[in-house]
Design a protein around this ligand. Sequence first.
Ligand SMILES: *Cc1c(COP(=O)(O)O)cnc(C)c1O
Length: 486
Amino acid sequence: VSELDTVAAREAELEAFRSAAHALVDGVADYLAALPSRPVWRPLPDELREKLLDLPLPEEGTSLDALAETALRDVLAYPMGNGHPAFFGWVNPPPSPAGVAASLAAAAMNPSVVSGDHADIHLERAVVRWLAELVDYPHRPGAGLLTSGASAATIVCLAGARSRALANAGYDLRRDGLAGAPRIVSYVPAEAHSCVPRALALLGLGSEAIREVPLADGRLDIPTLRASIAQDRGGGALPALLVGSAGTVNTGAIDPLDAFAHVAAEESLWFHVDGAYGAFGVLDPAISDRYRGMERADSLTLDPHKWLGVPVDAGCALVQRPDDLRDAFSLIPPYLRQGAGAEVGTFAEYGLEQTRPFRALKTWATIASRGRAGIAAQVARANELARELASLVESEAELELAALPETSIVAFRARPDGCPPESLDALNHALPQAVQARGRAFVTGTIFDRRETLRACILHPETRSEHLAILVEEVLAAARTLATAP
Ligand SMILES: *Cc1c(COP(=O)(O)O)cnc(C)c1O
């Protein structure tokens, strides 16, 4: 093959890319435009599901045009539902259009965002600072990084907490592991997200070393918590970590973070705040006071792929002291770090990943396209809609509110006429799927207060009062059908 042939082949490949990608962008724009008029969710036809599962590995290549057509027809046509303004499931927003477009450019650049003098590196540093600024968290260069999500960010932060606690107690975790170290005890609220106990388990800090933080009606029982810490200390354990939530996943409740920060400071505990869903709520002036204390957290996790609508995946770990993460993750010993030429180390020195994707471009584009004011307005609007949904629920005799919404999550239950009290749990358990199958709204369930509970999470910038009304209508209709089913 001559050099000329190679050049010609490359030119042809890029021309094919240009035309197929143009068609794909048009198809994606049509898809986004059509979403609100489609069912929120619909199951795949059986033949298509089987076709996808059994796709044979192709021996020969396929043209990009054909691939774009297949993707639009067989894949994009059957989404999870979170592009629709009547989608209230889990914590999944639609993607920001800016983020979708930026994803193409990021893939074209395809860097490994670790170190060096390329634009992606510097952009991630700026974006991490922006995220800290958005939620009023102090920020020093190096004190955070983007991750695959809040679960990964939690592992990063709690690894920092573990490392610091043991170093302060005179143990060399890097050398000795946990062998011979005192038991590290963590204080975690019952409503904490499952990623917290999972991170602790992965870090070798078993569930027996987790104490429940005494919280009642949103108030921290400080004397009981401090007594529990004193008891652990007296027994030779090492109380090390206090976890709070800036928006729980079940009800969107904000823990009394100021009281948490106070106890953590008094007891020399690492204070970690899970802000994956709710930290951006601080941008709503109506509730920003509730977040006081978050700025004192030793570490804070955020999920730009939640309320901000950055296309998945984009999580973020923030810490007060960059070296806490570096001590936990860097393979470059401290005496060589300065010699390596940087006060701020490579991203690989602060987290789990070596080859790292370019998450910063879609995050930058999403934030920049709306600006701080645009994001604040969206957050405040979602919270307002949640209050509106809560009053709709309260005005229906066959529905009941499980908790007053503090942010944009509304937890409620159905109690349709004719349903005996002992069957209510089973009915509410079956309700989300029944609503989803009707195709007009999408809601998911949880267990809250030991009872089956629906939770509607409002994140879509285009959700309006009419969509709340549809949700209520659909829940009532599905509940009545379930109540009368044989
Ligand atoms: C989503 C969520 C997590 C986990 O984050 P992922 O991005 O799914 O890994 C943790 N905490 C809360 C409150 C969440 O809403």
